[in-house]
Design a protein around this ligand. Structure first.
Ligand SMILES: C[S@@+](CC[C@H](N)C(=O)[O-])C[C@H]1O[C@@H](n2cnc3c(N)ncnc32)[C@H](O)[C@@H]1O
Length: 262
C-alpha cells in the first residue's frame, strides 16, 4: 500500500525547528497528560518525541508504530526522558499487533492520509483500542476562514505575540486548502509564504523561520472534516468531547477528538 508519507532522516532531525501546531504545544501536551488512563499502556501512531517522553515520564509502556524506522530512530534524539519503548515498523493501515490498548494517540496522523483512507485507519485503530479505552485524535481540521485574506491574517499575527508560523499556519490552511480533498501540499504552502515575502507583507527574517522549518518537506497535509470523521468513527467510537488548545492561532482548526471505544 503506498499511503505512507515519509520525511527523510534529515527532516526528522529538523523536528527541533518545528513549531506548533506542527508539533505538540505545551497546552497540547497538558491535554494529552490529563487523559492518561490509570491502567494500561499507550499505542502511539507515529514517532512524536514529545509523546514518547510523556509515556516515559508517566512510566507507561509504549508501543510506537511508524512506517519509517529512520524517522523513529532519528527522533529518538529528541526524546527527553530516558527509557525504552517497543517500536513496530508498519503502515498504520496494515498494523496487526495482536493486542489492544487503553490509550491510543494520533497527533496529526489522520492528516497524513487522503480522505478515502480514513475509514481504514479508523477501523485499524478501533481493532487496537480496548473496549472503554480512549483514542485521542488530534487533527488539523477544515474550518471556515476567520479572516478573508492572508494579509489580514498577518496583520492579526503582528498583534498576537506569537511566532509567525504558530500564529498563522491554521489560518492559512483554512484559506489555502484544496476544497476537493482538504489537501495542503507543504511545498505549495511554503511558496505562498514566499509570495507574502515577495509582496512585502512579511519580512525576510519571518520568512526564513518558516522556510527553515518547511524546506525539503514533501508531505501533504489533508485537513479533515470533523463531522465526517465523527460519522466514520461512529460504529466503533463515541465522541466523548472535543478540546482545543490555546497557544496557537485558530485553535478550532486543530481539535482534540476524544473518542471512547464502544
Ligand atoms: C508529520 S508526521 C505525522 C505523524 C506524527 N506527528 C508523528 O510523527 O508522530 C509523519 C510521520 O508519520 C509517518 N507516517 C506517515 N504515513 C504513515 C502511514 N500510513 N503509516 C505509518 N506511518 C506513517 C512517517 O513515517 C513520519 O514518521
Amino acid at each position: 500500500m503506498s499511503s505512507e508519507q515519509h520525511y527523510g532522516q534529515d527532516k526528522a532531525l529538523q523536528w527541533r525547528l518545528y513549531r506548533s501546531p506542527a508539533r505538540p504545544s505545551p497546552t497540547d501536551l497538558a491535554l494529552y497528560a490529563a487523559h492518561i488512563e490509570p491502567s494500561g499502556g499507550f499505542l502511539l501512531l507515529g514517532s512524536t518525541p514529545e509523546l514518547r517522553s510523556l509515556a516515559r515520564r508517566h512510566d507507561k509502556p509504549l508501543t510506537a508504530v511508524d512506517a519509517s524506522v529512520e524517522a523513529y530512530r532519528a527522533l529518538e534524539a529528541l526524546v527527553t526522558v530516558p527509557g525504552e519503548e517497543r517500536f513496530v515498523c508498519s503502515n498504520w493501515l496494515e498494523m496487526d499487533l495482536g493486542e489492544t490498548f487503553e490509550l491510543v494517540l494520533g497527533d496529526g496522523v489522520i492528516n497524513m492520509l487522503p480522505p478515502a483512507l480514513h475509514p481504514a485507519l479508523l477501523e485499524r485503530v478501533a481493532a487496537h483500542t480496548r473496549p472503554g479505552g480512549l483514542f485521542i485524535l488530534h487533527a488539523h481540521a477544515v474550518t471556515e476562514p476567520e479572516m478573508a485574506t492572508p494579509e489580514e491574517v498577518i496583520r492579526w499575527y503582528r498583534t498576537s505575540g506569537m511566532e509567525l508560523y504558530t500564529a498563522t499556519a491554521n489560518h492559512m490552511c483554512a484559506l489555502w486548502a484544496n476544497p476537493a480533498d482538504g489537501g495542503v501540499p507543504t511545498p505549495d504552502f511554503l511558496l505562498r509564504y514566499r509570495q507574502l515575502l515577495d509582496d512585502g507583507v512579511i519580512d525576510p527574517e519571518e520568512y526564513r523561520d518558516v522556510e527553515a522549518m518547511l524546506q525539503g518537506d514533501a508531505l501533504t497535509l489533508y485537513l479533515v472534516d470533523v463531522d465526517r470523521v465523527r460519522a466514520l468513527a461512529g460504529p466503533f467510537f463515541e465522541l466523548e468531547a472535543i478540546h482545543y488548545s490555546d497557544d496557537y492561532g485558530c485553535p478550532q482548526a486543530k481539535p482534540f477528538l476524544l473518542l471512547r471505544r464502544r
